[in-house]
Ligand binder design. Sequence first.
Ligand SMILES: [Zn+2]
Ligand SMILES: [Zn+2]
Length: 362
Amino acid sequence: MRIGLYSANSVKEFQLAIGSGQYLLNATLSDGSNQSVLLNTLAQARFKINGAVIQFYQAGTYRFQASQFELIQMAHEDFCNWSVPALSTKTRAYEGDFELRIYKGNLQLINVLPLETYLEGVVACEGGPGHQKAYYQAQAIISRTYALSNLQRHQKEGYQLCERVHCQSYLHKRTGSALIDSSVYQTRSIVLLGPNGDYFPTYFHANCGGQTCEPQDVWNEQITGLQSFKDTFCIHTKQATWVKRIPLQTWIDFLTTQYDFPLTDSLSYALLQEFRQPERSAFYLHPVYGIPLRDLREEFKLKSSFFDAVVVGEELVLSGKGFGHGVGLCQEGAMQMAKKGYSYDQILRYYYPGARLVLPKE
Ligand SMILES: [Zn+2]
Ligand SMILES: [Zn+2]
């Protein structure tokens, strides 16, 4: 797998500390020749962009410059700690090999590692600690399927997936949880396929709020095998509800400028006073107005599009349910199912009734 790291940042300088073991640093110099350095845990390396080349520093001293670098892991489980001095984000540890080069005037860092090692990190990031094995097994299978069906996603940038939520969260390597690592290992190579033999679109989100969302309402696209349904497992979990207050004027300004909402019309104004969504709807103030709820979610950075909205004084009070786009598997629901003793295949059949589990041929 080739995973783009720090993909949303314009990075000019990276700091590297070897977390364990040794790494072989291979540099491709501007004249095409190569230079190699063995880095150990004492090596304080720094890579800085300078025009079309990258300058390499060791322990504060400038060593040489190259057009690109490659870092090769000397032993399985060796890892690197990366940080960006210009960012306040904490140091990130990753296993595997790395490529460092210049892309569109910035440094580009790519982590090269086996799919199953990548998945140990993804399941740890997506699930967090403290859950049952069946949840981690289900998460491993959907994350594997998702990765394999999205390999072309960042083709033009030169890698397959990035580390951000839209490609599955991969903010660090595995955490050393034996439960997570064994869940990935025990389900190795297992994927979910759709009715015509393609990878099943294993979309997932944090919490559906008690009802999953129609893909059509989120992406304007019907997806076979993914329909909205009532999920009873997640309604008492931590991200089940939320409240947000927005100045009424800000809300009205958005509706007026983006959707020509007729504010002078007293009927429309009255309609705005109270909006209820007992079941998921695609539109706000439906059927009088067709303002997509997904647009409101995006504009006001709402946790979900599943909310009621009531005017209280000068504010609009939103009372919402769920967190995320709402399509496919609900992670907190799946965690609850695992807690109640359901197995990973029962969890997957519940959220993806149109999919079938394909066991690898050993
Ligand atoms: Zn991505
Ligand atoms: Zn749910």
